[in-house]
Design a protein around this ligand. Structure first.
Ligand code: A3P
Length: 288
């Protein structure tokens, strides 16, 4: 990463050009959360697009028509992205809004609202691998030849949206203060249908069996990979060159095992243990 590609705001790095201080300030201080808003919050490469697709399909009662005709970033826009904020804001209730923001930069009005938050977490080792390949796709990221070279930067939080540890600790820290459903990429991967039902239950959305089937069928990796409205193939090559590395790349959990050397695992494990020592929560990968 070259720091010139990034904008720093309150200790967190954002890809310059896509984010501006004014928009970040607006999101944090002025954006008015409504009590029926639904937020999908993720650290990058954690399954953001997957959750956007699932929520979009749930919203349309399983009808895939919208998912096939409207880009995913317009269906569930980000509150912090300069060019999409107005779309996020202008939606009629119930609004579905995405965010990568760490908790300390999130719209403050969330904390006095009853809005719902789905926070999706992924094994950070898989995030690192995904981010490495994404740096080939994304024109705004410097491509590092080796995952080994990205690891220390990732552990220091010198990557887009800062430290994974800070992000996860921050959101876990407020999980009893906000109306939050915690999900993992790994749960989605192991049991997509069960996860869809959990999400529906959290949202108070009743879908009949056929609608649930359709959500699941249209949110599979294979279906999404072929859907130009969520595979980022329609975005200008300057921003996303999916010929270099597809945005929907592999779609599995545990790919880190194919890329980590023993030395990388050792250094990752030591940093993880230290950073997560006071976190009173065990993820699925903590038990392996
Ligand atoms: P990989 O690079 O490991 O394949 P984000 O949307 O937060 O940027 O996350 C992108 C990651 O989510 C990519 O991981 C992508 O393949 C994966 N992903 C997206 N949709 C998926 C799906 N339906 N099933 C499994 N993985 C999916």
């Amino acid at each position: 990463m070259s720091s010139s590609n990034f904008l720093e705001y309150r200790g967190c790095l954002f890809p310059a050009g896509h984010y501006e201080i004014d928009s970040l300030e607006y999101a944090r201080n002025e954006f008015q959360v409504r009590k029926d808003d639904i937020f999908s919050i993720t650290y990058p490469k954690s399954g953001t697009t997957w959750m956007q697709e699932i929520l979009s399909l749930i919203r349309s009662d399983g009808d895939p028509n919208v998912s096939r005709t409207v880009p995913v970033w317009e269906r569930i826009p980000w509150v912090e992205v300069t060019s999409l904020r107005k779309k996020a804001e202008a939606q009629p209730s119930t609004r579905f809004i995405s965010s990568h923001l760490p908790v300390h930069l999130f719209p403050k009005s969330l904390f006095t609202s009853e809005a719902k938050v789905i926070y999706t977490v992924r094994d950070p080792r898989d995030i690192l691998v995904s981010l490495h390949f994404f740096s080939r796709t994304a024109g705004f990221l410097d491509e590092l030849d080796k995952i080994e070279d990205l690891l220390p930067k990732f552990l220091r939080g010198e990557v887009l949206f800062g430290s994974w540890f800070d992000h996860v600790r921050g959101w876990l820290g407020v999980r009893n203060q906000v109306n939050l459903l915690l999900l993992t990429y790994e749960e989605l991967f192991q049991d997509l249908r069960g996860s869809v039902l959990r999400i529906c239950n959290f949202l108070g959305k009743e879908l009949n069996e056929a609608a649930v089937d359709s959500v699941v069928e249209n949110a599979t990796f294979e279906k999404m990979k072929d859907n130009t409205m969520c595979n980022y193939s329609t975005v200008s090559k300057k921003h996303f060159d999916v010929q270099k590395s597809p945005f929907l790349r592999k779609g599995i959990s545990g790919d880190w095992k194919n890329h980590f050397t023993p030395a990388m695992s050792e250094s990752f494990d030591a940093a993880y243990k230290e950073a997560m020592k006071d976190v009173n929560f065990k993820f699925i990968w903590d038990q392996c």
